[in-house]
Design a protein around this ligand. Structure first.
Ligand code: MN
Ligand code: MN
Length: 460
């Protein structure tokens, strides 16, 4: 009997040449975008320019909103929310796709610069869940802002241009690693040893700390900053290499920061392509997911609620708080975040029947969490059925999985914080291998299915 058993497939299996080239073209644009926007600030800036090109205007420029209007609002340079006002009244709710644009990385400490053993270094403090050894002996670039005490903001980017120098953390040579090799992995690599090489020419202007002085002098020449300005900066080290096609068949993309800019980019493209939808379409890109969605740029902040209140008030001739409350209660959300794709080299941590596969389609995760679904937002069967049915109708290939085997670990997304707002929410994103590494692997078919799925969700 047809359809009696649930079957999985590789999305490229039997694909037409036309569909394949559409997918590859879309992914080439994606690849470029994540190569030029490697931090939350850069991604937020890039989103503004893509949105403005597509006719979106800043929310503060509007004194009323009507169906078809396209507006956006930026949260402190590190997050953004874009709306396409729908045909139905706003209190009927919105369709929200929410992704995060921060990724694991190495931040500079407030007092980063020092010299030791004939070398100048930056001290770093890692951000998010990294496997420390993966960040050794790879080229790193420095991105971020320095804010002077008079308010001047200086944008820093070193290591991306082909003529730029890069930075790196030198790993220990195997010849002298015998003692380290006997340690447990968690003890073998220490956070305080993630010190980045920044220079080695002594500066004769100084009587002491000549290496440190030399580095500071170069930074002063280029950016006009002094050592104390590091204290009022946000500088991040990320892998300096670009996104590349992976595999002889070019069926995948290897790149830094695909968690979660693969979902952020596809969500952004989908909202740009949303034509006067029935319900208001919302693309919500947040910061700080990797450290628990904390802070005023994270999903736990009131930013989204406050911005939505503003939108509600501009949609109505008379507004009271109930409009916002009803809008929230009637809204639906795809929490667009990546999941762990099955990796046969580590088969022991996956449960094959409930794993997802690269190029197996858009990944739906009913619940995340750890142990007995602790800290999970468990999507309602009713909502899941609605979404699966909608994807089927739109020709979106999807798969459903858990993060890994029970009790081997766990994780979360913004879903639980969205759910706290009384919104229906389901995790829907792209499966990745080597998640949180400097070189994450995503399937091109899945990337395109994410775009197609979010698009169907908005235009439904
Ligand atoms: Mn994520
Ligand atoms: Mn993550």
């Amino acid at each position: 009997m047809d359809g009696l058993l649930y079957e999985r497939k590789n999305g490229f299996d039997g694909i037409s040449a036309k569909d394949k080239s559409e997918i590859f073209d879309f992914c080439a644009e994606y690849s470029h975008a994540i190569t030029v926007a490697k931090t939350e600030r850069e991604f937020s800036d890039m989103s503004v320019s893509l949105l403005e090109k597509a006719g979106f205007v800043e929310l503060s420029c509007k004194n009323q909103l009507k169906p078809g209007d396209r507006v956006y609002s930026v949260n402190r340079g590190k997050g953004i929310v874009a709306f396409v006002i729908g045909g139905e009244p706003i209190e009927n709710g919105c369709n929200i796709v929410g992704a995060h644009i921060d990724s694991p990385r190495l931040d500079l400490k407030p007092n980063p610069l020092y010299e030791d053993g004939g070398m100048a270094y930056f001290k770093t403090h890692y951000y998010g869940g990294i496997r420390k050894y993966q960040w050794l002996s790879i080229p790193l670039s420095l991105h971020g802002v320095v804010v002077k005490r008079d308010g001047t903001q200086i944008t820093v980017s070193i290591g991306e241009d082909k003529n730029d120098p890069v930075f790196c953390i030198a790993d220990l040579l195997p010849h002298l690693a015998q003692l380290q090799a006997e340690k447990k992995l968690s003890a073998a690599f220490e956070g305080e040893k993630l010190n980045v090489i920044v220079g080695n020419i002594p500066c004769e202007d100084a009587d002491k700390d000549k290496l440190k002085y030399g580095v500071m002098k170069l930074l002063n020449e280029k950016y006009g900053i002094c050592e104390a300005d590091f204290i009022t900066s946000e500088l991040e080290l990320v892998p300096a290499f670009p996104a590349k096609d992976l595999g002889l068949d070019r069926s995948m993309i290897a790149a830094y920061g695909q968690d979660d800019r693969v979902c952020a980019y596809t969500a952004l493209r989908a909202v740009i392509d949303a034509k006067t939808p029935v319900k208001t379409a919302v693309c919500l890109l947040v910061d700080k997911e990797e450290i628990g969605s904390e802070g005023n740029t994270g999903m736990q902040s009131r930013f989204f609620e406050n911005t939505l209140a503003k939108v509600c008030s501009l949609c109505k001739e008379t507004y009271n708080d109930l409009v916002l409350r009803e809008c929230l209660s009637h809204s639906s959300c795809l929490s667009a975040d990546v999941g762990a794709a099955y990796d046969s080299n580590y088969a022991e941590v996956y449960e094959k029947n409930n794993a997802c596969y690269v190029n197996g389609g858009l990944l739906l995760t009913k619940y995340t969490g750890a142990r007995g679904k602790s800290a999970a937002s468990d999507a309602n069967a009713e909502f899941m059925a609605k979404i699966c049915g909608m994807f089927d109708k739109a020709g979106v290939l999807w798969q459903c999985a858990e993060l890994g085997k029970i009790d081997v670990g766990g994780g979360g997304t913004i879903a639980c914080y969205v759910a706290n707002l009384d919104i229906e929410v389901l995790d829907a994103g792209v499966p990745l291998q080597a998640m949180h590494s400097p070189y994450e692997v995503a399937g091109k078919f899945d990337i395109y299915m994410a775009y197609k799925g979010y698009n169907a969700f908005f235009n439904n």
